[in-house]
Design a protein around this ligand. Structure first.
Ligand code: HEM
Length: 147
């Protein structure tokens, strides 16, 4: 294992420990708070769901968490899925800048729900991974020819 790999794996361990702090109640709170913060910051995003659809939003939330794990553990799968997700989301009317706003909302909700249990190390690992994903999303969208 190279030093580079170890760094990635350590972020995985830290992120995994933060996820282990989430019981059912906290998970529900985290999901609803993430979307509440997101829709407050970006009201246009809410109307992209045809109706109030908590189930679809929960599935998407799980998809985002899985994406963070895949990025660390299965980078090739992460890349393929990201490409498909971005294409699908373009079809839903999702705008480029909404991704970073969603990730910021997730960060804010994690800090609130996990409170003092959310260590500085966890914060740094999440922030780093989500910022990298934001950057990769931006590059994907900017390099996709517009039709
Ligand atoms: C990279 C980050 C994201 C991932 C991995 C992701 C993943 C997903 C997944 C897996 C679904 C399907 C849920 C289901 O089966 O019902 C979904 C649906 C959806 N996502 Fe995302 N999402 C992301 C970011 C966003 C953002 C930033 C928005 C902005 C509003 C958004 C808006 C939607 C909408 C509107 C749907 C529902 C589409 C429909 O069926 O009508 N997503 N997302």
């Amino acid at each position: 294992m190279t030093i580079h790999d170890q760094k990635y794996h350590s972020d995985f361990g830290v992120i995994q420990s933060s996820l282990q702090l989430l019981n059912e109640e906290k998970t529900e709170k985290l999901i609803s708070l993430t979307y509440a913060i997101f829709f407050e910051a970006c009201p246009a995003a809410e109307s992209l769901w045809e109706k109030d659809d908590p189930e679809s939003r929960s599935k998407m939330f799980n998809g985002v968490i899985l994406m963070v794990i895949d990025k660390l553990m299965r980078p090739e799968i992460f890349n393929v899925n990201l490409d498909t997700d971005i294409k699908d989301h373009h079809g839903y009317g999702v705008k480029k800048e909404m991704y970073a706003m969603f990730f910021h909302s997730l960060m804010a909700a994690l800090r609130e729900v996990l409170s003092d249990d959310f260590t500085e190390e966890m914060l740094q690992a999440w922030e780093k991974q989500l910022e990298q994903i934001s950057g990769i999303v931006k590059i994907h969208i900017d390099s996709t020819p517009k039709v």
